[in-house]
Ligand binder design. Structure first.
Ligand SMILES: NC(=O)c1ccc[n+]([C@@H]2O[C@H](COP(=O)([O-])OP(=O)(O)OC[C@H]3O[C@@H](n4cnc5c(N)ncnc54)[C@H](O)[C@@H]3O)[C@@H](O)[C@H]2O)c1
Length: 370
């Protein structure tokens, strides 16, 4: 199959859909890979590295879209890319269709085959192509939180790990899923005093078993959250209720219970945030202050560490990309329920129920397009 890797053109997106290591694997499987010039630059991969791996470099994005049968990228196509997409072309990338109606209509119009990373789903209902970004964001939340706790950045001026004779910072993590667990590992490793709250008792039992001694677990409810707020220095929002907005576990009136310089990193900002006063920020302007509480609410945290994020993402996507290239999308999706659930829009038809419902569009069962 002919595979194309365009350069991401969405603002501040430095990741790339395939690494040189991925090119080696695709070529070994008999495929031809075209990479747009400088596509890997933001992640530290030069054109020479791609050529050395067996890819051919093409100068423009138009060249890549016009030659490829399958496009592998990271973010959803943006307006200027819509017209480059060809009928029957397979696009394997994040789409997040339900959050942007014009994209859905554009993909219907172009009659492309859109296989969305975010809806590829395992039998245990986990989302293997979202997990890597949650791992990155969870680990990063502690790094960012520790930084904003510094006094010059308006924090409480407390060192996460303390020093001999001085207590470490207290870190409270709302939600013990992928983000929360990765945050807890980092905070615990730095010597902080960590508390994870979750509503899922089985999950708390598991975390209690595997976490080090400086991590405690607590049932998540309003009473417990209010009790902990006044004594904790760094709060991480890591809650997810699939398919719903994040619940506001910390309401505006609770901010007054927190000490000046407390830092909140609301990783769940992309689902509305679990702190009522959360509004999305960017890497250029990551924080704002309300009632002396520092809010960090960057919606695309992994974007700040493109080297790690690209490798983490492509480690997860490549095995699926190889299946799609080796078998063609129809056979690969017929053979793998995980991949089949990734199909959202196929040759003008919406085949993912959630997307059809979001915009009141006709729904076509995915089986009928295979
Ligand atoms: N900002 C970013 O850059 C970024 C990056 C990656 C992920 N995220 C977001 O982070 C959030 C968490 O993702 P995840 O992969 O960890 O999800 P996950 O499903 O692995 O974990 C969510 C956890 O929240 C728990 N939960 C649900 N309701 C709760 C409540 N009332 N109190 C406490 N816990 C509760 C669940 O039991 C679960 O353990 C999601 O909104 C995700 O989209 C953001």
């Amino acid at each position: 199959m002919i595979i194309g890797v365009p350069k991401e053109i969405k603002n501040n997106e430095n990741r790339v859909g395939v690494t040189p290591a991925g090119v080696v694997e695709l070529v070994r499987n008999g495929h031809t890979v075209y990479v747009q010039s400088t596509a890997g630059e933001g992640s530290g991969f030069t054109d020479d590295m791609y050529e050395g791996a067996g890819a051919t470099i093409l100068p423009t994005i138009e060249d890549v879209y016009s030659i490829a049968e399958m496009i592998i990228k990271v973010k959803e196509p943006i307006e200027s890319e819509y017209s480059l997409i060809k009928e029957d072309q397979l696009l394997f990338t994040y789409f997040h269709f339900a959050s942007y109606e014009p994209l859905t209509h554009a993909m219907i119009k172009q009659k492309a085959v859109c296989l969305a990373y975010e809806t590829v789903e395992r039998a245990d209902r986990s989302l293997p192509l979202l997990v890597p970004m949650s791992e990155v964001a969870g680990r990063m939340s502690i790094q960012e939180g520790a930084k904003y706790l510094e006094k010059p950045l308006k924090g409480r001026g407390i060192l996460l790990g303390g020093v001999p004779g001085v207590r470490p910072a207290k870190v409270m993590i709302l939600g013990g899923g992928v983000v929360g667990t990765n945050a807890a590992k980092m905070a615990a490793g730095m010597g902080a005093d960590v508390t994870i709250l979750d509503t899922n008792l089985a999950r708390l039992r598991y975390l209690d078993d595997v976490m080090p001694a400086n991590v405690n677990t607590f049932m998540s409810n309003e009473y417990n959250i209010r009790e902990l707020l006044s004594t904790h220095d760094l709060i991480i929002g890591a809650v997810l209720i699939p398919g719903a907005k994040a619940p506001h576990l910390i309401t505006r009136d609770m901010l007054k219970d927190m000490r000046p310089g407390t830092v909140v990193v609301d990783v769940a900002v992309d689902q509305g945030g679990c702190i009522e006063t959360c509004k999305p920020t960017t890497h250029e302007n990551p924080t704002y202050i309300i009632d002396d509480v520092v809010h960090y609410c960057v919606a695309n945290m992994p974007g700040a560490v493109p080297y790690t994020s690209t490798l983490a993402l492509t480690n997860a996507t490549l095995p699926y990309a190889i299946q799609l290239a080796n078998k063609g999308w129809k056979q690969a999706c017929a053979d793998s329920n995980e991949l089949k659930l990734g199909l959202n829009v196929v040759q003008g038809k919406v085949v993912y129920k959630g997307v059809a419902e979001a915009f009141n569009l006709d729904y076509t069962p995915v089986e009928s397009v295979l």
